[in-house]
Design a protein around this ligand. Structure first.
Ligand SMILES: C=C1C[C@]23C[C@@]1(O)CC[C@H]2[C@@]12CCC[C@@](C)(C(=O)O1)[C@H]2[C@@H]3C(=O)O
Ligand SMILES: O=C(O)CCC(=O)C(=O)O
Ligand SMILES: [Fe+2]
Length: 363
């Protein structure tokens, strides 16, 4: 996997062993978590409050995906072709990793200037309270860190990560074309997909997330609200609820909607770079993860982006007199730097014009 560099401010590892705490410490106590949750379902006033589930083999997949990206910024896919055994395998890597003793995990701690390794959510520096989770980021080969974690078994776990990465890369390339097709962009319109149009040079990172069961889940936050800086993210979640997306309902209301874990499905969420490429037609989705009292939760995010040298900008086909380019060109690397500094305001730092008042430039 090629590597976008990253300059997220490093939080010193506080080494709080979340697995052993009987009470929620003040340092992890959040307020107002359950405000603003959209709880009504299909039979009630909001008729469309379920995240779309799309069969990738459906002949209408492109249209359905386009509609989901526009109205939700997120959807789940089934019939994606990823073997369930591989999802089990990557979950096993995560569970084995996170159940190691703290001292062992800290041997593979993410160092201040690095992207890869074990640690707290890197967005922690933007919040006054800590999150009820731990993570492990893999950029490039996991070999060095896995050797530190498992001096005898590292080969087995490296093999699974490699296979997961290869499989996700293929699926991501396929999804990328379906999404582009839904925007009216063809293979001739996009040079950086490479000579065989397979996005061979695309960049990606893998993020393993662990959310231990929590003594006071209504006042704890697994992963705070954020958008991903990716083109899109492919997320596998185990069968425990926790992921929520912010959604504007058709009745004008807006709130958090749970993305229910469906066996074997994968969640695809639009990231900031697709938001830019689509000139705002496919908005990146704000999402967060909650925790619960009894069941540990686990997820793996495949964070997919363009090759390092490629500047992403609104595609010419989506720009016109009535809709000028809303964002300036930016590489993933540069955008990660902006995100590291400005977090959820990053998009507005590359914005050229206000979306609704099309001719008035802001910056
Ligand atoms: C490529 C990357 C995207 C990411 C920052 C990173 O360098 C590696 C981890 C990614 C992740 C995963 C959890 C949420 C997120 C916002 C974060 O803090 O780290 C994303 C970053 C991102 O998409 O901006
Ligand atoms: O655990 C989840 O459901 C969300 C994880 C996530 O948003 C991420 O890794 O970027
Ligand atoms: Fe995310």
């Amino acid at each position: 996997m090629p590597s976008p560099s990253d300059s997220y401010i490093h939080i010193h590892h506080k080494n709080t062993d979340l697995y052993s705490l009987q009470e929620l410490p003040e340092s992890h106590t959040w307020t107002n978590i359950n405000d603003n949750t959209l709880t009504y379902n299909n039979s009630e006033k909001g008729s469309n409050v379920n995240v779309p589930v799309i069969d990738l083999n459906d002949p209408n997949a492109s249209k359905l995906i386009g509609h989901a990206c526009k109205t939700w910024g997120v959807f789940q896919v089934v019939n994606h072709g990823v073997p369930l055994s591989l999802l089990d395998d990557i979950e096993l890597v995560g569970l084995t990793l996170f159940s190691l003793p703290s001292q062992q995990k800290l041997k593979a701690a993410r160092s201040p200037d690095a992207v890869s390794g074990y640690g707290l959510a890197r967005i922690s520096s933007f919040f006054p309270k800590l999150m009820w989770s731990e993570g492990f980021t893999i950029l490039g080969s996991p070999l060095q860190h896995f050797r530190q974690l498992w001096p005898h078994d590292y080969n087995k776990y490296c093999g699974i990560v490699l296979q997961y990465d290869e499989t996700m890369k293929k699926l991501a390339g396929k999804l990328m074309w379906v999404m582009l097709d839904s925007l009216g962009i063809t293979k001739e319109d996009l040079k950086w997909a490479g000579s065989n149009s397979q996005f061979n040079e695309a960049s990606a990172a893998l993020q393993l997330n662990s959310y231990p069961s929590c003594p006071d889940p209504n006042r704890a936050m697994g992963l705070a609200p954020h958008t991903d800086s990716t083109l899109f993210t492919i997320l596998y979640q185990n069968n425990i609820e926790g992921l929520q997306v912010k959604h504007d309902g058709s009745d004008g209301g807006s709130g958090w909607v749970t993305v229910p874990p469906l066996p074997g499905s994968l969640v695809i969420n639009v990231g900031d770079l697709l938001h830019i490429l689509s000139n705002g037609f496919y908005p990146s989705v704000l999402h967060r993860a909650l925790v619960n009292r009894t069941r540990p939760r686990f997820s793996v995010a495949y964070l997919y982006g363009p090759p390092a040298h490629v500047e992403i900008c609104p595609h010419a086909k989506l720009v016109g007199p009535s809709r000028p380019a809303l964002y300036r060109p930016v590489t993933w690397d540069e955008y990660l730097g902006i995100k590291a500094k400005h977090f959820n305001k990053a998009l507005s730092y590359v914005q050229l014009c206000a979306p609704s008042i099309s001719n008035v430039c802001l910056m």
